[in-house]
Design a protein around this ligand. Structure first.
Ligand code: SF4
Ligand code: SF4
Length: 276
């Protein structure tokens, strides 16, 4: 298996998957039944030994709890990072609602994540069948993430808004894009979508990064500041995770089992491209 075969099989998987459409059975409203969730994925490949991964152990990035690719898979050669951009229909749907997540966005966040997980497992199996041991960190039993500060005594309980594998940071290292003020990752297909990754023993030539700064693609236009319904983002201080998280908690109660917001990803200059 090579890079082209891997990308082609992912694109085909998304194109033919019935799960890439909101089915009538699950649709929250008639208007979103049949809505397509994702466009074709975009990929970037990182060297598992890239020293930028080690830099993520620095407390100013993620911290020592970040697990290196070789800590997930000792003979790891490559980190495969991909971005699934939302369709124009999903993005437009969310832009029409000022405060609450639209029905289409809720499906994109919930059913879209299920499809992303299926794609990750499909690619993992393709790699395994080709003879390359591979791991999807976000679906591995060793993965953990934390939201609001916890009261437990375990090391991870004392941390907040962090995890031992971050799709966006990994995508940054692999060359998929750089961070925006809203803390999303701006890719060549914009910021509105979902990220996934696989650590594999298959050796693939690294994509390289065409940026040097962590926020190089962000134009600081301030669109996301205006879009946020709860003022969680400011030009001076960036994003306040606690304010954002508290709003997401409200949507979890209101739309259970779905949730989301994503207003900072739509009607903004970085929605679907790298802004000028
Ligand atoms: S909307 Fe503007 S300021 Fe906010 S992340 Fe995108 S480019 Fe940066
Ligand atoms: S997800 Fe919503 S609440 Fe959170 S920063 Fe973006 S716009 Fe604000």
């Amino acid at each position: 298996m090579n890079k082209t075969e891997l990308i082609n099989s992912a694109v085909k998987f998304i194109e033919v998957s019935k799960s890439n459409y909101v089915t009538k059975e699950v649709a929250i409203s008639d208007a979103v039944a049949g809505m397509k969730i994702y466009e074709d994925p975009v990929f970037a490949f990182g060297d598992a030994g890239d020293e930028y991964f080690t830099r993520l152990k620095d407390p100013v990035a993620i911290g020592s709890h970040f697990r290196l690719p070789k800590e997930w898979l000792p003979r790891a050669k490559t980190v495969i990072s991909f971005f699934l951009p939302y369709t124009a229909a999903i993005k437009k749907d969310n832009s029409l609602e000022e405060t609450w997540p639209s029905d289409g966005w809720l499906h994109g966040r919930y059913e879209g994540q299920m499809l992303l997980n299926k794609l990750s497992e499909y690619l993992q199996n393709e790699l395994l069948n080709a003879g390359y041991l591979s791991i999807v960190p976000s679906l591995d039993k060793g993965f953990w993430s934390k939201g609001k500060p916890g009261k437990g005594l375990g090391k991870e309980d004392q941390l907040s808004f962090t995890s031992n594998w971050s799709e966006r940071h990994v995508a940054f290292v692999c060359g998929l894009g750089s961070f925006g003020l809203s803390k999303g990752l701006i890719t060549s297909k914009g910021i509105a979508g979902r990220f996934g990754s696989i650590v594999t023993e298959l050796e693939i030539s690294p994509s390289g990064r065409d940026y040097t700064e962590i926020d190089e693609y962000c134009s600081m236009c301030g669109d996301c500041v205006k879009q946020c319904p709860v003022n969680a983002i400011s030009l001076e201080n960036g994003k306040d995770h606690l304010i954002c998280c508290e709003f997401l908690d409200i949507t979890k109660k209101k739309y259970k089992p779905r949730y989301g917001c994503g207003k900072c990803q739509v009607s903004v200059s970085c929605e679907s491209c790298i802004p000028a």
